[in-house]
Design a protein around this ligand. Structure first.
Ligand SMILES: C[S@@+](CC[C@H](N)C(=O)[O-])C[C@H]1O[C@@H](n2cnc3c(N)ncnc32)[C@H](O)[C@@H]1O
Length: 201
């Protein structure tokens, strides 16, 4: 997947397609993660969540990782360089520090991966989480036919515009549980089409 081409239009695409629903999901658990000191923000795209995290938590240090150079540039413009280490990398192969983070954030990122890769990703990232770490996830769900059709259309769109090969959502919940995380809270909108989850180890 290469998001360079769509990066400048990403905000507009999201707003036109989903209104404010995704933005609401990303921000939902921000009031609950105020104690974080070191955060891993994975596949954050244009950095809107990162900016908000830094604004609300004046002490947190963040590692931002995204494979898209243009997404990273946008994030840097939005969130600045103070307290953030930016890395353009493939999260599947990047070496994360062990037991380093007390917060991990993945918003609309798991949907980029097939089941095998998602297992690998979550396993590697889980090793970088401290005991007691929080993990916030925002993701799509397909509880009914309209939701399935919309997610199918999104995969088609991202397949054409970014080369994304994944065509189906993988349920990340059993994988997170396997790695010692438990779901603390969840909230959804648009008839459960989009959810936010707060996990803790
Ligand atoms: C669907 S976008 C989501 C962006 C943002 N998190 C949001 O909430 O809208 C997926 C993001 O993950 C990045 N990405 C996809 N695969 C990646 C990988 N293997 N490693 C790092 N970043 C990746 C893309 O460049 C893109 O910015």
């Amino acid at each position: 997947m290469n998001c360079d081409f769509i990066a400048p239009y990403y905000w507009w695409i999201e707003r036109l397609g989903m209104g404010r629903a995704l933005e609401k999901r990303r921000r939902w658990f921000l009031p609950e993660i105020g104690d974080a000191r070191r955060a891993l923000v994975l596949g954050d795209g244009d950095g809107r969540f990162l900016r908000e995290l830094l604004r609300r938590n004046p002490v947190v240090l963040a590692d931002y990782v995204d494979s898209s150079r243009r997404m990273l540039e946008l994030a840097r413009q939005k969130a600045g360089t103070e307290r953030v280490n930016y890395e353009q990398a493939n999260a599947l192969t990047l070496d994360f520090p062990r037991e380093a983070y007390d917060l991990i954030a993945t918003h609309f990122f798991f949907d980029c991966f097939d089941p095998d890769d998602l297992e690998i990703l979550i396993g590697r990232v889980a090793d970088s989480a401290k005991a007691g770490a929080q993990w916030i996830v925002s993701e799509f769900r397909t509880p009914n036919i309209p939701a399935r059709s919309l997610v199918c259309a999104l995969y088609l769109f991202f397949g054409i515009t970014t080369g994304l090969r994944t065509r189906k959502l993988t349920d990340h919940r059993p994988i997170l549980r396997t790695h010692g995380f438990r779901l603390i809270k969840a909230s959804h909108s648009r008839g459960a089409l989009v959810v936010s989850e707060l996990w803790e180890r």
